[in-house]
Design a protein around this ligand. Sequence first.
Ligand code: AMP
Ligand code: GLY
Length: 444
Amino acid sequence: MRIMIVGSGAREHAIARAFAQSAAKPVLACCGTTYNPGIQQLTSEYWIGDICCVEQVIQKALEWQIKLVIIGPEAPLAAGLVDALQQQGIATVGPKKIVAQLETSKIFTRMLLKKYQIPGSLKFHAFSSLIGVMEFLHVLGADQYVIKADGLMSGKGVKVAGEHLHSFTEAYEFCASLLNAGGSFIIEEKLIGQEFSLLSFCDGKHLIPMPLVQDHKRAFVDDLGPNTGGMGSYSDANHSLPFLTTDDIVAAQEINTAVIAALARECGVYYQGILYGSFMVTGDGVRLIEYNARFGDPEALNVLAILDCDFTELCQALVAGNLQHAQVRFKPLATVCKYAVPFGYPDKPEKHSLIDVSAVTNHEQLYFAAVNDIDGELYTTGSRAVAVVGIAPTIAAAEMIAENEINCIRGRLFHREDIGQTQLIKRRIKMMQSLRAAVNELST
Ligand code: AMP
Ligand code: GLY
């Protein structure tokens, strides 16, 4: 079995590791944008180039006689790579362009939920001009709205009132700048609660959920500072999260189930790949923040580190539409992932600074992201550099492992000490308790 991975970050390093552990012993290849030393060790073919250039990636897949491709990042999905691979008869873990709109167009997704009356939606309005913008901002109220650009913006297209926008005028100007850049946008109600990631394997008709994960988007301790690609994440041994109820999980799963059925009806195409729902649990139930059409980064590191079944078989069942027969298991262990990022990240990251990971104890749970290997030395490239994952029976024990390991990494890097720490998790539990209590009080 010859398998190709598209992408070259820590997420793809985790994917390569999952395949490398498979009894099927697949021969691995990678098309990436950078040279990832971790992926390099696990693959027999490696090409560096523009992974959104469909012709070139197809050419590599044909040259290497690839039978299955898994796509890590979203940009190649938006470029139609899956459609082109499937035209060549190559199976893909990753949705076709039309159904990948679930990630690539926030307007498409909100309209889908509305049209098919799927729960989890919120007040929103889509705009392609400034007509009605001020009125709708006033309907939602000061500091009660979020503005989102419609296309793929690498996390830079979302501004939250009260955090990034401080007046209706500022909000209006942001909308105008999105229009000037040629885009449409959405204004929606701002939610208060806790975010969580629910990733599922999806063969178009069946969904198999993975353990729930909480990511940490803010750069600094205590959820301060600018948004990032994700500074780290944790999952619990029971595969739930400490602030969620069983009803919350069922609600999120029901939204996912309704969405894949609606997608198939709307587009006439089955969604085959990883469905990554980003949800917010509020005092009043679960709402959808957004969908991604791929594994999350860092979430992939948490879940794949405890996958307890054969990843190749799982991917084969997914592309065959047979997930209902697949044996998908995860170990009953907690995980904590922490990223080490360059000083100045994300706004003014230091580039090309030397890092040393040789003192890390468990290299099996060390994942390379934005680093360059030059003559055996590792250099930062500006984005998240390396991640470590601690695995243990409790979140607290997993956190200690991750913290010890990340402190062994030398270089001009920082990380968030608080991810997975009991104090932070307790605060989140308490926040949800008081939000739920406030809603209960109102309804009685
Ligand atoms: P997105 O790109 O849609 O995931 O948004 C980026 C971040 O903005 C999310 O991780 C949330 O923290 C925040 N966000 C997005 N939508 C909302 C919303 N409706 N209410 C509150 N925060 C939101
Ligand atoms: N965890 C954030 C992302 O993968 O987009």
